[in-house]
Design a binder for this molecule. Structure first.
Ligand SMILES: NC(=O)c1ccc[n+]([C@@H]2O[C@H](COP(=O)([O-])OP(=O)(O)OC[C@H]3O[C@@H](n4cnc5c(N)ncnc54)[C@H](O)[C@@H]3O)[C@@H](O)[C@H]2O)c1
Length: 251
């Protein structure tokens, strides 16, 4: 089976870091015209320039700005077939006792991981419906299915919310040829925050983590991208509302 995306137009958010970048590159290799978006202007424009993609500097939590980016892509390309919501993460936070979490910290994580995915899904729904085809893939987390390795309450709650949103969007949009699925990645050393997290485990903790993974290795951004590329393809047209754990198997 060949997974191709020829002629498709894709938008990948969170593409200033590892997982979003691996997904964008994979879609481009599959023949899609790829737009990338991130609030990190330097990161996303540098990546786009290096790989001949189109960059959008966007804070996905701003509803109007998110809609404007979608409208600009549709005006230029004639449609938008694939949306991958990879923006999110822990926004520089670490696990803390519940009493120490500020309102701003709580909201920043929800805005990045949940609000943005909804604003963008809302904006792409009309063009995808008109085309009778759409693929929405949300990058959730193992923290969307169980407590988080990070210990960050807002992150766990936000990723659980993203899992719920994925199921609801699937029910709402499936009849129009639009599927919506989520990937729940295991731990991937894909950004400075995960590097710090990995270091903090120490040799013993690292061995324990790897030992709890059935395949006995950490995953890579390309492992996550591979599942996204399939769900974003025409071949995955009868898979919707699913949360696919890509984590090497966890004990
Ligand atoms: N790395 C892991 O171990 C892991 C595990 C499970 C899930 N995830 C999820 O995978 C996705 C990609 O993670 P990653 O490790 O590549 O990088 P990451 O978690 O550092 O962040 C992803 C990107 O999102 C961008 N971003 C954050 N808030 C934004 C906003 N409001 N608007 C626009 N962009 C924003 C950041 O600038 C960054 O480039 C995230 O959603 C993350 O939660 C990662």
């Amino acid at each position: 089976m060949h997974i191709r995306h020829d002629g498709r137009v894709a938008l990948v958010t969170g593409a200033a870091q590892g997982i979003g970048q691996a997904i964008a590159k994979g879609l481009q290799e599959g023949g899609a015209r790829v737009h990338v978006a991130d609030r990190d202007a330097r990161g996303v424009t540098g990546f786009a320039t290096a790989h001949d993609l189109t960059a959008h500097v966007l804070d996905v939590s701003e509803r109007k700005a998110a809609a404007d980016v979608v409208h600009a892509i549709v005006a230029r390309e004639g449609g938008l077939d694939i949306l991958v919501n990879a923006a999110g993460g822990v926004r520089g936070q670490v696990g803390r006792p519940i009493e120490e979490v500020s309102e701003d910290d709580w909201r920043a994580i929800f805005q990045a991981n949940v609000d943005g995915a909804f604003w963008l899904a809302q904006a792409v729904a009309t063009p995808m419906r008109q085309a009778g085809f759409g693929r929405i893939v949300n990058i959730a987390s193992g923290a969307g299915l169980r407590p988080s390795l990070t210990g960050i309450q807002a992150y766990t709650a936000a990723k659980h919310a993203l899992v719920g949103l994925t199921k609801q969007l699937s029910q709402d949009l499936g009849r129009f040829g639009i599927t919506c699925n989520a990937i729940a990645p295991g731990f991937v050393r894909s950004n400075p925050a995960t590097e710090r997290q990995w270091e903090s485990y120490g040799a013993e903790g690292q061995a324990r983590l790897v030992g709890s993974i059935h395949t006995r290795r950490l995953g890579t951004a390309d492992d996550i991208a591979a599942a996204v590329l399939f769900l974003a393809s025409a071949k995955a047209g009868w898979i919707s509302g699913q949360i696919v754990s890509v984590d090497g198997g966890r004990s």
